[in-house]
Write a protein that binds this ligand. Structure first.
Ligand SMILES: Cc1cc2nc3c(=O)[nH]c(=O)nc-3n(C[C@H](O)[C@H](O)[C@H](O)COP(=O)(O)OP(=O)(O)OC[C@H]3O[C@@H](n4cnc5c(N)ncnc54)[C@H](O)[C@@H]3O)c2cc1C
Length: 380
């Protein structure tokens, strides 16, 4: 089988990998990116951008319902979820086209298929059109990203709950939408669905919504959500699920007031992310995975084996964090300085609004583990 050699080979076309690929290709390197499905990664296809598109529709619905308060008199407001979805799909199609143009203009080769390592810097790719390719890279980047985690709750998997992927494809308005998980993803969908007109309940196991935020911010979000008519159950554990999402579901939950059963039409699970590292053949590369499947970036940091970049290395799951780190690095860098954990990324994180030492520590896990110190002046 013919082997193709590249200077830079990136597995996954997500936020971290695509900018790297385009920049490196423009600077004259031979670059290939292997992508199994989402051209440009999760952000433009099934995450940040389509969710903001739907959130915006929900905001319009909310404004229309409250228009009279602004002195604007409208008739009765009704929601067409099929139109909401069509608008979102149109935007995603445009973004895919934009990404394809970027690949073409930069000269980075986009190969559609599933990659699997067969040696430290060699992958075998089953392409979408049925061919098998073998690709090697002087520098290889793992940008395989994450997907929604499904907590191990009896009956949950069988109930076929929505994740953000399916929720963004809803063409009907759920009657009662239960969101399991009160992090950013859950909050976005909870508020949007409420504004479209669903009854919405959030089930959150910890003491506050938006667990990464400071308590006063979380409290403000809670007040706002309750004002909008969203039921928020904090400190509440999901014990069991019966039924099928999209039809009828019963969720047995427990909190300090005891046990109760919530009956609803749809369940969205937004309880965190897991890395897309299984089945990737990483055992052939020397990259070690921790117990949760995240690559050990201490080793990949030095470029002896594939570099792990993007959210798939367990950093804060924000596109902006990946992007900020990338923007910090490019001029004159050697390619491994664009890893999200590079010390030069720190000021950018701070400027991007990572305020507390805890947040900085989370991002700066690797330099800290390597024994580096955060200069006090940067923490301001
Ligand atoms: C609903 C939602 C809303 C969000 N909103 C925001 C927001 O407003 N702001 C923000 O900053 N962040 C947001 N995020 C987070 C953001 O989407 C992620 O941080 C970002 O997309 C991660 O980029 P990445 O490059 O690490 O991985 P990804 O974008 O996930 O890219 C990884 C790519 O690798 C491909 N891949 C995986 N395995 C293989 C393989 N074996 N072979 C070939 N290809 C493979 C995948 O198909 C995927 O395209 C949101 C996330 C969600 C779920």
């Amino acid at each position: 089988m013919a082997q193709q050699q590249f200077d830079i080979l990136t597995i996954g076309s997500g936020e971290a990998g695509k900018f790297l690929a385009w920049t490196m290709a423009k600077s004259g390197r031979r670059v290939a990116v292997v992508e199994r499905k989402l051209i440009g990664g999760a952000c433009p296809n099934i995450a940040c951008l389509p969710s903001k598109n739907v959130v915006h529709s929900a905001k319009v619905a909310d404004l229309a319902r409250h228009a009279a308060e602004f002195g604007v008199v409208t008739g009765p407001v009704s929601i067409e979820m099929a139109t909401v979805r069509a608008r979102k799909r149109q935007m995603v199609d445009g973004l895919i086209k934009m990404h394809l143009d970027k690949f073409k203009d930069s000269g980075a080769q986009l190969i559609m298929g599933e990659a699997r390592f067969v040696a430290p810097k060699t992958v075998e790719v089953r392409t979408d059109d049925g061919a098998t390719l073998v690709l090697t890279g002087d520098r290889v980047f793992l940008n395989v990203g994450t997907r929604a985690a499904l907590p191990n709750v009896p009956g949950l998997e069988k109930a076929k709950p929505l994740t953000h992927v399916e929720a963004l494809e809803l063409d009907r308005l759920p009657e009662h939408f239960v969101v399991v998980g009160g992090g950013f993803v859950g909050l976005e969908f909870a508020q949007a669905l409420r504004r479209f007109g669903s009854r919405v309940t959030i089930v959150e196991s910890s003491t506050q919504l938006a667990g990464h935020e400071d308590p006063d911010v979380a409290e403000a979000i809670l007040r706002l959500f309750e004002d909008e008519g969203i039921e928020v159950l904090l400190n509440t554990e999901l014990l069991e699920v019966q039924g099928t999402s999209g039809q009828q579901v019963k969720l047995r939950v427990r909190n300090s007031q005891g046990e109760r059963t919530i009956e609803c039409s749809d369940v969205l699970v937004a309880t965190g992310r897991i890395a897309n590292t299984e089945g990737l053949g990483l055992d052939t590369t020397g990259v070690e995975l921790d117990s949760r499947g995240w690559p050990d970036v201490n080793l990949s940091y030095f470029g002896l084996m594939p570099h792990a970049i993007g959210t798939g290395v367990g950093f804060p799951f924000l596109r902006s964090a990946v992007d900020a780190a990338w923007r910090q690095g490019p001029r004159g860098m050697t390619v491994n300085t664009c890893t999200a954990d590079h010390p030069r990324a720190l000021p950018t994180y701070l400027r991007a609004g990572f305020r507390t030492l805890r947040q900085v520590r989370e991002i700066w896990n690797v330099p800290l583990r390597l024994g580096m110190r955060i200069p006090e002046r940067l923490l301001g």
